[in-house]
Write a protein that binds this ligand. Structure first.
Ligand code: P6P
Length: 345
């Protein structure tokens, strides 16, 4: 990533307004939405960074729609983001990993639908490993009665009007796109502001890092096994063996991939026949970001952003990252797909 040197400090709020001013017809509502998410992110960052001190670690005793134990910080992040969206009155419904159904906001006339993974990677909270928030924004189909229906939220990722993530790591980073490149900000706690650090992030065309949970190796398709073995073979000319990096927080793994290049893979498996990661609030927003930075994202066959969703919490396999790496793994998947039966290893 070659950050363009900024002459002066540009805050997230200033940047959003500058971007909005380039569109005379803009109503400013999307800008308001992005600012609200930025505010919630600052509040969540403050809690995440002192989680060890306050009584906010650990489980709250409930489970989410996927049967996963919900951590207290998950619920805190969920409530902060939803109240921020409620305040601006331009969002009609929220779909979040922490809520089984749609969350209807008081302003059913709002023009936006927002998907949230309020705190992705929460299994890492208690061990101080980076976690993140992910958001994905759609326009709602106009309705005469302002009624809010789950069906209105089932739109392919290609219809997102904006998407982004906040990474709570050694520093708090916010990345977002409205379809015109990807901009990156870092939170300056002394100012309480997200400061612009790259207005147009581009992913390297190729990278020598692969990121996958190798614990499920035995249930992978043969083509994927062969691809990972290829990455592990010695060949200095092609930069092999690759390095393996896996954090277990998708936002952190994707942010590294965006900056350094390479590939992140969560395939289907015996345990997750449709993949583990959620299409609407993990894969679509992060695929929008990676594509806008020049990368690729597929489910092994099709472009993630073209998938027509059938359910708000549906899951999908994902192969995402530098375009050359994604194309390469797909070549392996296709080459061995028809040979699958005889190549079971
Ligand atoms: P596994 C976190 O729970 C998450 O949803 C993603 O952030 C992460 O990439 C993945 O699951 C990790 O799953 O099965 O490798 O622990």
């Amino acid at each position: 990533m070659t950050a363009q040197k900024e002459e002066r400090l540009v805050t997230l709020e200033e940047f959003i307004i500058q971007a909005q001013n380039r569109f005379p017809g803009a109503t400013g509502e999307l800008s308001q939405l992005l600012r609200d998410i930025g505010l919630a992110a600052k509040i969540i960052s403050r809690e995440v960074n002192k989680a060890g001190i306050t009584n906010i670690l650990g489980f709250d005793g409930s489970t989410n729609v996927h049967g996963e134990a919900v951590k207290k910080l998950d619920l805190f992040a969920d409530s902060q983001l939803i109240s921020a969206l409620e305040r601006s009155g331009i969002t009609c419904m929220v779909i979040s990993e922490e809520n089984d159904g749609i969350v209807k906001l008081s302003t059913t006339g709002g023009k936006y639908i927002v998907y949230l993974d309020p705190l992705d990677g929460s299994s890492n909270i208690d061990v101080n490993v980076s976690i993140g928030s992910i958001f994905s924004i759609y326009m709602r189909e106009p309705r005469f009665d302002n009624a809010v229906h789950e069906q209105d939220a089932l739109q392919p990722g290609s219809k997102q009007v904006a998407a982004g993530y906040v990474l709570y790591g050694s520093s708090t980073t916010l990345a977002y796109t409205t379809g015109l490149n990807v901009s990156l900000f870092t939170l300056d706690p002394s100012l309480g502001e997200f400061i612009l650090c790259d207005r147009c992030v581009k992913i390297p065309k190729h990278g020598n890092i692969y990121s996958i949970n190798e614990g499920s190796y035995n249930s992978w398709d043969v083509g994927l096994k062969r691809y990972i073995k290829y990455c592990q073979e010695e060949d200095t000319e092609s930069g092999r063996p690759y390095s393996a990096r896996y954090i277990g927080s998708m936002v952190a793994d994707i942010h590294r991939t965006l900056i350094k290049g390479g590939i992140f893979i969560y395939p289907h498996s015996k345990k997750y026949p449709n993949g583990k990661l959620r299409l609407m609030y993990e894969c679509n927003p992060l695929s929008f970001i990676i594509e806008q930075a020049g990368g690729m994202a597929t489910d092994g066959e099709n472009r993630i952003l073209d998938i027509e969703p059938k359910a708000i919490h549906e899951q999908t396999p994902i192969y995402i990252g530098s375009p050359e790496n994604v194309k390469h793994v797909m070549d392996f998947l296709h080459e061995f797909a028809e040979k699958e039966p005889e190549f079971k290893i």
